[in-house]
Design a protein around this ligand. Structure first.
Ligand SMILES: [Ca+2]
Ligand SMILES: [Ca+2]
Length: 377
């Protein structure tokens, strides 16, 4: 486990161009069931009350990478890497979680089961009754109702398949272009976005190092959007291929998850700021949730209008309503305020608003191999 965290943090640093490391000393996280801050006795709540975040932990999630809201069944699917993001250990699993934060079935789909192969599952999407799961260099298919295996699509040349989104019968998959190296992770040069049609035909619609470690994918209307872990760009991609346009600059780097809300905004998770930002596709983006450690591939609960955040390094999950300015995850005052900071498990100013911001401003291209600090502690 420690090794996983270490290598992943090295990756985060690598891709973000040296964003600060945090220490893991486990235990007391800001988001836990902290009692609400001093009862707002004097507050005159004119605005409708924002629902409180819900945090799910201590339930045997194992390196959760992705959360996917299945609106047909009003449930959340969580992919658990359970180990390193590459290893062919066949122990990955997918959990079903209820909207009130209970584990309905921890290992609904389980790599350990005889007929199931699942190594390091990441992004997921359902299209025409099939659940597609990115798993290193393969997209695995499962019956979306029963979880039974339905085959796989090998993506030749891919090294780090990451996010999956479905639209109009086509499944799009990003390859972050990373591989295991001596220092943890290295660019593999395979950065790409693929389209898989209903007959499992694969088309590489975009590739190249300049994509910056493609990660989160989302669809707004008929437009496909992408964020990269190695830059701050929000790109619009021509689903037919070969064209990409940078439509907004994101405020932070190390971006992972990307989801669309019903009103057409996009929400992005950033490891660098440990926050979520939201905005229209053309920008600007503002912080809408803070103090979220290792926020990987987020999902969007369209029924309750809240983000579902897998905490990769904490094996936890949070349901997070979005608040302009980004109320702290425990519901405390907005603006990254005081007490949230010290709960930060040694991260110091890690969550702070200026962290990373100025310094490695141009972080985009820093993803050179070699400057990966040898892992956080
Ligand atoms: Ca695994
Ligand atoms: Ca991801």
């Amino acid at each position: 486990m420690t090794k996983t965290l270490t290598t992943w943090m090295a990756l985060a640093a690598l891709a973000a161009g040296g964003c600060k490391k945090q220490k893991e000393d486990g235990g007391e996280q800001a988001a836990k069931d902290t009692p609400p801050p001093a009862a707002p006795a004097d507050a005159a709540p004119a605005a409708p009350e924002t629902p409180k975040p819900v945090r799910i932990e201590g339930v045997e999630l194992a390196t959760p990478e992705s959360a996917y809201y299945d609106d047909d069944f009003d449930q959340v699917l969580v992919s658990n890497i359970n180990g390193t993001p590459f290893e062919a250990d066949d122990n990955g699993f997918i959990s079903k979680v209820t909207p009130d934060g209970k584990i309905a079935e921890l290992k609904w789909i389980d790599g350990a089961a005889e007929k199931v192969t699942l190594n390091a599952p990441k992004g997921m999407a359902i299209s025409s009754g099939t659940l597609y799961v990115a798993d290193v260099n393969v997209v695995r298919k499962f019956d979306a109702v029963t979880g039974a295996p339905k085959g796989e699509v090998k993506v030749k040349g891919a090294t780090f398949l990451n996010d999956v989104v479905a639209h109009g019968g086509v499944v799009y998959v990003s390859d972050s272009g990373l591989k295991a190296g001596e220092e943890g992770f290295e660019p593999s040069g395979t950065d790409a976005v693929y389209a898989i049609d209903s007959k499992d035909k694969i088309t590489k619609i975009l590739s190249g190092d300049e994509l910056g470690r493609p990660n989160g994918l989302a669809v707004v209307g008929d437009e496909l959007y992408m964020v990269g872990f190695g830059n701050k760009e929000l790109s619009r991609i021509d689903p037919a291929g070969k064209k990409r346009e940078v439509v907004a600059e994101l405020p932070h780097g190390a971006n992972d998850g990307l989801v669309a809300t019903r009103d057409g905004r996009l929400v992005v998770s950033s490891w660098e700021c440990q926050c979520l930002v939201a905005g229209p596709p053309s920008g600007p983006f503002e912080v809408v949730a803070r103090d979220l450690k290792s926020p990987a591939d987020i999902g969007w609960d369209s029924k309750r209008e809240r983000a579902i955040v897998p905490h990769f390094e904490e094996s936890a999950l949070s349901f997070v309503p979005l608040v302009p300015g980004g109320a702290a995850a425990d519901g405390a005052a907005p603006a990254g305020g005081g007490e949230a900071g010290e709960d930060k498990a040694g991260g110091g100013e890690a969550a702070g608003e200026d962290e990373g911001g100025g310094g490695e401003a141009a972080g985009e291209d820093k993803a050179a191999p070699g400057d990966a600090p040898a892992g956080g502690e």
